[in-house]
Design a protein around this ligand. Structure first.
Ligand code: FA5
Length: 350
C-alpha cells in the first residue's frame, strides 16, 4: 500500500530506530534495517513502479526527501555516539599517576635510558671537558686520504693491515671507507683551525673483524688531540694518568707500553689490569692479565706536514681510547658482544 500516511509512518519508525540506537554497533544495524535493501523505505520505492508517471514522480520526490532526512539523522546520531564512546574509553584507560608510588609507575611505564656506550661516551666527554678539552665531531664515511694517507699511511703501506677496512661503493674503487678509527678527525681539525688545539672527538668506527670477547665490528673511540707550544711526552703521560684515575678510580693499575702507529712517534699503548680476572689471566684478556684501552703518541711531523702546520713551532700528542672497551673494563663485562646485542635485560642494569 502506498500513500502519504504510509510514508509518514515509515519515516517515524525509521527515525525512532536511529535515535534510540545506544552504540555505534546498534546504529549500524538500525541503518541497515531502515535504509538498506530490505527496509520498508526500499520496498516503498519498489512499489512506485505500479503508479502512473505523475504520481510516481511526486511520491518519488517524497521518498527521496525521507531518505535524505534519515541519512542526516543517522550521521548526527553516529557523531554523538562516537564522541560518547571515545570519552568513555579515555575515562576507562586514564592512569591517575598521583595515586600510585614511583615504583608502581615504573612497573606500569618502563622508563627508557641511554645505552651503556652512550652513557660512557658522555662520562668520558665530561672528564675531558673538566681537563680543558673541547668536544668536536667528524664524518663516519671518509676518503682514503683522511683515514690513511694524511696519517702517514700511503697506499700499500704494510700498516694498512692494522685496520681491516670496509670500503663504500662510491667514486673510484677503494677510495671511500667507513672510518676504521677516529684519527682522521685529527686531520679535519688541524685543517680547519690553527693551533693551539685541545680537543676530544668521540665517534663510531667500523672494522671488518669477527666479534669476540674484546672486539666488535662496530665500536666507538674517543680521539684526543693537543697541539700547542712545547708539548712533550710527559704531558701525554700526565693526561692519560689523570683520565684513567678520574674515570676508573685510583685503584686501577694502568701502564704505557711502547707501540707503533704511523702517525705518532714515539707511540704507546695504554693498558689497564684486566678487571675481569684482576690480572690473573682469563679469556677476556687472552690470559695476559692486561687489557689495551688506547693507542697514543706524539704527533708525527709527517702529519703536521700534510696539514701545513710548522713542526718547528708546534708539537702535539694524540690518543684514541675505545669507549666500548672502557665501559667493558669499568663495569666488569667479560664479553663485549653483549654491548651490541640490545638485550634489555642486560642494558637495564646500567
Ligand atoms: C687506533 O685506532 C689508533 N687510531 C689510536 C691512536 C690515536 C693512536 C691517536 C695514536 C694516536 P687501535 O687500533 O689500537 O688504534 O685502537 C685503539 C683502541 O680502540 C683500542 O685500544 C681499543 O680500546 C679500541 N678498539 C679497537 N678495535 C676495537 C674493536 N674491534 N672493538 C672494540 N674496541 C676496539
Amino acid at each position: 500500500m502506498i500513500g502519504t500516511a504510509r510514508f509518514a509512518e515509515i519515516e517515524r519508525d525509521a527515525a525512532d530506530a536511529l535515535v534510540s540506537a545506544t552504540s555505534l554497533a546498534a546504529l549500524a544495524e538500525a541503518q541497515t534495517a531502515v535504509l538498506g535493501r530490505r527496509s520498508a523505505l526500499a520496498s516503498a520505492h519498489r512499489d512506485l513502479a505500479g503508479l502512473d508517471p505523475e504520481e510516481r514522480r511526486a511520491a518519488g520526490k517524497i521518498l527521496h526527501e525521507i531518505r535524505t532526512h534519515l541519512e542526516a539523522l543517522a550521521a548526527e546520531r553516529g557523531a554523538a555516539l562516537a564522541a560518547r564512546e571515545r570519552a568513555e574509553m579515555l575515562d576507562r584507560d586514564r592512569l591517575d599517576l598521583t595515586e600510585v608510588t614511583d615504583d608502581e609507575v615504573c612497573s606500569v611505564i618502563r622508563r627508557g635510558r641511554l645505552h651503556l656506550v652512550d652513557q660512557t661516551r658522555r662520562e668520558l666527554e665530561d672528564v675531558f671537558v673538566a681537563m680543558g678539552f673541547t668536544v668536536a665531531e667528524g664524518p663516519e664515511a671518509e676518503t682514503d686520504w683522511y683515514n690513511f694517507e694524511a696519517l702517514n699511511i700511503p697506499p700499500a703501506h704494510p700498516a694498512r693491515s692494522m685496520w681491516d677496512t670496509f670500503y663504500l661503493d662510491l667514486g673510484q674503487p677503494e677510495t671511500v671507507v667507513l672510518r676504521t678509527h677516529t684519527s682522521p678527525v685529527q686531520v679535519h681539525l688541524m685543517e680547519e683551525q690553527a693551533p693551539p688545539i685541545h680537543a676530544v672527538i668521540p665517534g663510531r668506527c667500523y672494522r671488518r673483524e669477527t666479534a669476540d670477547a674484546r672486539h666488535l665490528p662496530v665500536f666507538h673511540q674517543v680521539e684526543g688531540l693537543v697541539v700547542d707550544h712545547g708539548i712533550t711526552f710527559a704531558d701525554l703521560a700526565g693526561t692519560i694518568e689523570t683520565f684513567t684515575t678520574a674515570y676508573f678510580g685510583a685503584d686501577i693499575h694502568s701502564r704505557l707500553r711502547p707501540g707503533y702507529f704511523p702517525f705518532t712517534e714515539p707511540s704507546a699503548e695504554v693498558e689497564v689490569t684486566c678487571t675481569i680476572c684482576r690480572g690473573k689471566g682469563c679469556r677476556t684478556c687472552s690470559g695476559t692479565g692486561w687489557v689495551e684501552l688506547a693507542g697514543c703518541g706524539m704527533v708525527d711531523p709527517a702529519v703536521f706536514a700534510a696539514v701545513g702546520i710548522d713542526p718547528e713551532e708546534w708539537t702535539g700528542f694524540a690518543f684514541g681510547f675505545g669507549i666500548d672497551r672502557c665501559a667493558q673494563m669499568r663495569h666488569v663485562i667479560a664479553d663485549s658482544r653483549v654491548l651490541g646485542e640490545n638485550d634489555v635485560r642486560f642494558l637495564r642494569q646500567f
